[in-house]
Design a protein around this ligand. Structure first.
Ligand SMILES: Cc1ncc(C[n+]2csc(CCOP(=O)(O)OP(=O)(O)O)c2C)c(N)n1
Ligand code: SF4
Ligand SMILES: [Mg+2]
Length: 275
């Protein structure tokens, strides 16, 4: 389907006629999941401010979406988003960015935003690599996988993003792969509606950098890999480390209600003004 006849064309800027993604990139599936969530929630693009950093995944909202978008510096979308949310608390602030952007250079911002439980929605696109800059090892690259900077296989242990963000204090955390677009959409809708820090980790294929280096084949082979190696969190909870080796645990990791920063600030402001 061409971009001009796509049912979500109405959500895209008119001067954009082509995508920045390579053929087979998972980013297209994630773009659809975000836009479908907005459509199914019957929300408007004006209800949102979209924020991204630098990397292939950072092109998801900007310049594609016909909305207020902030394409910021590498690793810093969450600080920018925090500033937007504090000054415009009525807006839904949605960050869409890569694993390198949010969990490597931006890792501290990620855990501290979760700790503060500020009302942001974060779509963390995890392709296990620095895609845009040529395929270097990321903190999310699975141990043993070869990349351009670890040709004999990465010796490092990878971050397990979802449990890390749960431990930091987020209100909503879920993980799906691009093989699970419906489930991903349901989680993005919940993340948007959650009053608090909400993160959806989208495991996504980068056939050009990751797939080639890890010898996982083309995009379809990577989707089949996700299908065959994903395991629901409920089932995973009963299994030991050995049984979970190589598996992608998918589902909801946490969904709780707790005090949120912008509401707490508004409450405090009222209390102080009354004195
Ligand atoms: C301060 C700074 N350091 C490094 C870079 C180079 N750089 C740009 S994007 C990127 C990594 C992108 O990886 P990721 O966030 O995973 O996005 P992907 O391309 O994989 O979607 C790097 C290292 C930069 N632009 N700025
Ligand atoms: S390099 Fe990888 S992540 Fe970047 S657009 Fe191409 S396939 Fe997608
Ligand atoms: Mg990446």
């Amino acid at each position: 389907m061409s971009i001009s006849t796509h049912p979500f064309r109405k959500y895209m800027r008119h001067h954009i006629t082509r995508t920045t993604n390579c053929p087979g990139c998972g980013n297209g599936i994630i773009i659809q999941a975000i836009l479908r969530s907005i459509e199914e929630l019957e929300m408007e693009m004006d209800d949102f401010v979209f924020v991204s950093g630098i990397g292939c995944a950072s092109w998801i909202p900007s310049p594609l979406f016909a909305a207020d978008t902030l394409h910021t510096t590498h690793g810093r979308p969450i600080p920018f988003a925090t500033g937007v949310k504090l000054s415009l608390p009525e807006k839904n602030v949605l960050v869409a960015s890569g694993d390198g952007d949010l969990a490597a250079i931006g890792g501290n911002h990620l855990i501290h935003a979760a700790r503060r439980n500020i009302d942001l929605t974060v779509i963390l696109v995890n392709n296990g690599i620095y895609g845009m800059t040529g395929g270097q090892t990321a903190p999310t690259t699975p141990r043993g996988v070869a990349t351009i900077t670890s040709p004999y296989g990465s010796l490092e242990h990878a971050f397990d993003i979802c449990p890390m963000v749960v431990a930091a204090g987020a209100s909503y955390v879920a993980r799906w792969t691009t093989y699970h677009p419906r489930q991903m959409t349901r989680s993005i809708k919940k993340a948007i509606q959650k009053k608090g820090f909400a993160l959806v980790e989208a495991i996504s294929q980068c056939p050009v950098q990751f797939g080639r280096a890890a010898k996982l084949g083309k995009a379809v082979d990577m989707l089949k890999y996700y299908k065959n190696n994903s395991i629901r969190i409920k089932k995973a909870r009963g299994l030991d480390e050995e049984a979970l080796k190589g598996k992608i645990v998918v589902g909801e990791f946490v969904n709780v209600e707790k005090a949120e920063l912008t509401s707490e600030l508004a409450r405090l402001k009222e209390e102080v003004m009354e004195v």
